[in-house]
Design a protein around this ligand. Structure first.
Ligand code: NAD
Length: 336
């Protein structure tokens, strides 16, 4: 009889958030024990966050904790003895960072520093942290590759995420913490965020309201379906940075630290995206064409060479299928 492998235990921050919820579901299905920390911040509907956490709490291997990252020592207490720390909690949103920059300092700088301190004391086998495609900012070379310099953020959100990357690199170097930094590209799917385009478009189209189309529709986004993203994250958990993974790698020369894009690698035009929502809802959109918003970029496109060198080919859900699954969830959840 073979002895059973001990159950691995992860600490996930932002577990009541959109991506954290899906990641925790997947880790629990894969047999992990999971502690999930979330501050239930009021940036968007707290009930949605509570519903996500309540669903996770149905699983006996999930321990929900409500608390703020920046509470001194809280993350360190929860991280003790964990095999893996996955830090997703953040103040997200490009546009909101223009109106409320202070909340980005608290969550993304002070909060992120608490996570690094926690990793310093807990010494997990792998620390994985969410950054964003927004750090590519004013870059025009496409697709966005991790080895390109990303020194010109256009929003304060991007600036705090870029600062988080630099802080994590210094901790990886000083304290030998194996660290993978993800740059996510416009993630969408069921249980998605109310501040993001797919949620807003679906809600408005079903209600017969107008939708705001920025830059007069001349935008492209590398939309990434949430379960494709989660597959990428889960494969990377098993790959703490050690040896270079070929010419696309940006493994630090002085630390066990690398940055990895997780994106679909195929940008979709905004009007094509709206058509997918129209098809899925069965209703035409009433469009209000507007100029570009400050802090925004016209296009994102992930170079997926590095992640595929590390993990092998990943699933890539077609935009029409992914949008349909979101709209089905939305109708069911809100009873529309
Ligand atoms: P989300 O807002 O749904 O989840 C973040 C969670 O963190 C929320 O539940 C919130 O309550 C919690 N939180 C925020 N500040 C906190 C604090 N100070 N202390 C404790 N908890 C706090 O966002 P998401 O879309 O799930 O994003 C997850 C991560 O991925 C974030 O780091 C975000 O910046 C990054 N990201 C997301 C996308 C995307 O398209 N969704 C794209 C790029 C990067």
């Amino acid at each position: 009889m073979s002895a059973q492998a001990p159950q691995r235990h992860a600490l996930v921050t932002g577990s009541a958030g959109f991506i954290g919820f899906h990641l925790c579901q997947r880790l629990l299905a894969d047999g992990w024990q999971v502690t999930g920390l979330d501050g239930m911040t009021p940036y968007y509907d707290v009930t949605l966050k509570q519903r996500r956490h309540a669903l996770l709490a149905d699983h006996p291997a999930f321990t929900p904790v409500e608390g703020m990252l920046e509470t001194p020592g809280l993350v360190a207490d929860l991280a003790a003895g964990r095999d893996c720390l996955i830090h997703l909690a953040a103040q997200a949103g490009v546009r909101h960072s223009i109106d409320a920059p202070r909340s980005y300092v608290t969550a993304n700088l002070i909060g992120a520093h608490e996570v690094l301190e926690a990793a310093r004391s807990a010494k997990p086998s792998h620390l994985l942290i969410a950054s964003t495609s927004s750090v590519y900012g004013a870059n025009t070379a496409m697709p966005y590759a991790e080895r390109h310099a990303a020194d010109h953020p256009l929003s304060f959100y991007a600036a705090t995420k870029k600062a988080g990357e630099a802080m994590a690199h210094s901790y990886a170097h000083l304290y030998s913490i194996p660290t993978t930094m993800f740059r996510f590209f416009t993630v969408y799917g069921p249980w998605g965020r109310p501040d993001m385009a797919l949620f807003k478009f679906t809600k408005a189209i079903l209600a017969g309201d107008e939708i705001d189309i920025y830059n007069h529709g001349y935008m492209r986004r590398d939309f990434t379906y949430v379960s494709d993203l989660i597959e990428g994250i889960c494969r990377l958990i098993a790959l703490p940075p050690r040896a270079p993974a070929g010419p696309a790698d940006n493994l630090s020369p002085v630390a066990p630290y690398r940055i990895v894009n997780i994106g679909n690698g195929a940008p979709v035009g905004l009007m094509e995206f709206v058509q997918a929502v129209e098809q899925a809802t069965g209703r035409p959109a009433r469009k209000r064409l507007l100029p570009m918003q400050p802090g925004d970029v016209p296009e994102t496109w992930a170079d997926a060479t590095l992640i595929e060198a590390l993990t092998g080919p990943l699933p890539r859900t077609d935009i029409r299928d992914g949008v349909r699954r979101f709209v089905d969830w939305y109708r069911d959840y809100y009873g529309v």
